[in-house]
Design a protein around this ligand. Structure first.
Ligand SMILES: O=C[C@H](O)[C@@H](O)CC(=O)C(=O)O
Ligand SMILES: [Zn+2]
Length: 278
């Protein structure tokens, strides 16, 4: 089995891309398909972005030829967030109940990771993010309530949102992964505005709870050379370390953010003033 693969591009190349090439390089449109795993391997920080939706049967994390490993997590760690109905994740025989917006961290060396749904009528929908790891950290469940909810922005500027942090320096420990999610308040549409860059880390963005007839305009590029991609529910963006990552929705929505690179400090970002964007 071979995973989809995406190469890494620099700012100069991206500035010359049209809509379809931008989408082919940075948008993931095949996530959350019933009864299967979907993964894409990016050359930015070797981050793998994917999903699994178990419906009637349990599904076990397989190994792919791209990894040249005996099992998926032989040299990798994995972050999991459920955006669907109640589910279960078993790691080497320990079973966690993973309800909507709960997360699991799975460390390097875990041989078996099995996913299932409590109800086939309302299946669990697991977002998955995996990066190389050098050390074994213990697997653990992080409930949404324990994810340090912090509300930022304001209704006046349509960017009021609550940020939940699951895997980071003060939360579940990892080798290089920082992961959480953000929920926009009703009437607020802008995520990560004012925007920022952190060229020490790539970031994957997975949009959820986007109403069916609505979209998010996701912005990327260097702050002085921005581009956009129109994103629908359950689609993801691979964001280069040198790029901003912000979105303006035609309604409110939620998104998972997952980062990997130099450090585990959530606040390590370089802010960009709104008036400096081009
Ligand atoms: O580096 C951090 C990530 O981009 C997100 O956590 C930012 C975010 O959720 C937001 O401001 O809305
Ligand atoms: Zn960021």
């Amino acid at each position: 089995m071979i995973m989809n693969q995406r190469y890494a591009q620099g700012p100069k190349e991206v500035a010359s891309l049209g809509t379809s090439e931008l989408r082919a390089n940075f948008l993931l449109e095949d996530l959350m398909q019933a009864g299967q795993f979907n993964f894409t391997y990016s050359h930015y920080d070797r981050a793998i972005t994917g999903s699994v939706v178990p419906v009637n049967e349990e599904l076990e994390l397989p190994v792919y030829e791209n990894l040249r490993a005996d099992y998926f997590l032989e040299r990798r760690e994995l972050g999991i967030i459920n955006v669907g109905g109640d589910g279960k994740v078993s790691v080497d025989g320990t079973t966690y109940e993973v309800n909507r917006l709960d997360a699991v961290y799975v460390g390097k060396g875990s041989k078996s990771v099995v996913f299932s749904s409590v109800s086939a009528e309302n299946p669990a929908k697991f977002f998955l993010y995996s990066v190389p790891a050098h050390k074994e950290y213990p697997h653990q469940l992080v409930k949404k309530e324990n994810a340090f909810p912090t509300t930022v922005g304001s209704k006046d500027t349509a960017n009021e949102r609550t940020i939940y942090k699951y895997i980071h320096m003060e939360g579940a420990r990892s080798c290089q992964m920082v992961m959480g999610l953000t929920i926009l308040s009703t009437g607020s549409v802008w995520n990560t505005m004012p925007s920022h860059v952190h060229d020490r880390r790539m970031e994957s963005y997975f949009y959820f709870d986007v109403p069916e007839d609505q979209v998010v305009f996701h912005f990327m590029g260097q702050p002085q050379e921005t581009r956009h991609l129109v994103v629908q529910n359950h689609q993801a963006i691979i964001s280069p370390p040198w790029s901003i990552h912000s979105g303006g929705g035609t309604s409110n929505y939620g998104f998972i953010w997952a980062m990997a690179g130099e450090n585990l400090v959530y606040s390590d970002m370089d802010a960009v003033a709104i008036k400096d964007l081009r």
